[in-house]
Design a protein around this ligand. Structure first.
Ligand code: GLA
Length: 389
């Protein structure tokens, strides 16, 4: 990524100084360690922010115009705060517009801005570059205008931007961890109360390795909505069947599922089973981390993958291959797909002594079999949204 002073130079060459407040901000992508497709079921997730960011430089304007220049797309988009239109061809601008729209709906009166942004989060690979763009936009606008928006509230408004303006029905996880992530910590998020606990996640011997399948997540939106609908169907079924309050799959135990699912249909039962067992795995994984038991943690990651593959059916052959290859390598404690699925990345826990071999062997076999060019990234939990010096 370019140095901040070089970015300011680009900014100054493009936009005349308005004399108003300005600043530089960053928000990271994320990798989810465990707890997949549980956030919109009011369950538990355990993501961490990664050390890849979107960086935004901005200065307020006197008028109501927003000029945004994307360095990575080498394209400038201009729009008015009074006329926020969804534009398919400038898809990245929609994330900014969505956030502005939500802020305006909260009755914040905003001035225009000049903005440039750039990033090193691989796009379309399930590491939440879009959530990072939403969060860095909200953080930038809130800071420059001195808006008092609490971190969780900011994550929620970014999620609404994605749901309402961009039209993707995502849960809260990605925006939450991009806003609230902490160095050295994974975040256990309770997606019912929207509260979180920090879970220290650093180890001298093991490292998180992300493998990018380079499969673009084509089907993801329609399949995602379908999974949500199947979960809602299961909730309605159990609400009519069980004699305690069922507001989400979070409220159904695995024993209740096994005992009462006869009328639910085989497919919906499997979907529900994934969510219920995955919630349990997250809590067990957190306990394992707190006991420094990375072996159990790794096993739970791998079980999560099998459940996503077999019960929830959101994996794909390439992700399954990456996991299978990973588990054959020395020094690997666990491997799973991460994010919504149907492509994107896997997350692996690998002993430091074996990382080079791991990457070499997995890449070689994967590229040979798929004709793709796997990429890998090493990371530990990084900081969430922040102001840059
Ligand atoms: C996407 C969504 C998240 C979450 C995951 C699946 O990343 O944005 O809210 O639902 O998929 O765990």
């Amino acid at each position: 990524m370019r140095e901040l002073k070089d970015l300011w130079q680009i900014f100054e060459e493009r936009f005349p100084d308005t004399g108003l407040r300005k600043g530089a901000f960053a928000a990271p992508g994320r990798v989810n360690l465990i707890g997949e497709h549980t956030d919109y079921n009011e369950g538990f997730v355990l993501p961490m922010a990664i050390d890849k960011d979107i960086i935004m430089l901005a200065q307020l304007r006197e008028d109501q115009e927003v000029r945004v220049y994307s360095l990575d797309y080498n394209r400038e988009v201009i729009f008015s705060l009074l006329d926020l239109e969804f534009e398919k061809e400038d898809f990245w601008a929609n994330y900014l517009k969505g956030v502005i729209d939500e802020l305006q709906k909260m009755d914040y009166y905003l001035p225009g801005m000049n903005i440039i942004f750039t990033g090193n989060i691989p796009i379309g690979s399930g590491l939440s570059s879009s959530a990072a763009l939403e969060v860095v936009t909200a953080y930038t606008i809130a800071t420059l205008n001195e808006l008092d928006i609490q971190p969780v509230e900011m994550a929620l408004l970014c999620q609404r931007a994605e749901n309402n303006f961009v039209g993707v029905n995502c849960g809260i996880m990605d925006q939450y961890v991009s806003r609230l992530g902490k160095k050295g910590q994974a975040l256990l998020i309770d997606c019912r109360s929207n509260e979180y606990e920090l879970v220290p996640f650093a180890n001298e011997d093991y490292q998180v390795v992300i493998c990018n399948s380079k499969v673009e997540r084509g089907l993801v939106d329609s399949e995602y909505n379908q999974r949500r609908a199947e979960c809602e169907k299961a909730v309605r079924y159990f609400a009519g069947k069980l004699d305690h309050r069922i507001l989400a799959l979070r409220d159904v135990t695995i024993e209740e599922l096994e005992k009462e699912a006869a009328g639910l249909g085989e497919l919906t039962k499997r979907r529900a089973r994934h969510v219920i067992t995955e919630n349990n795995r997250v809590l067990m994984a957190v306990a394992a981390l707190r006991n420094n038991d990375l072996e159990t943690f790794g096993q739970l990651m791998t079980e999560s993958h099998y459940s996503l593959r077999d019960d929830y059916e959101v994996s794909c052959p390439e992700l399954d291959l990456l996991v299978e290859l990973a588990l054959k390598q020395k020094g690997v404690l666990g491997a799973r797909m991460t994010g919504a699925g149907f492509g994107g990345c896997t997350v692996n826990l690998v002993h430091k002594d074996y990382i080079n071999d791991f990457i070499f062997n997995v890449k070689k076999a994967y590229d040979q079999e798929t004709g793709k060019d796997m990429e890998s990234y090493l990371t530990w939990p990084a900081a969430g949204a922040r102001k840059l010096a």
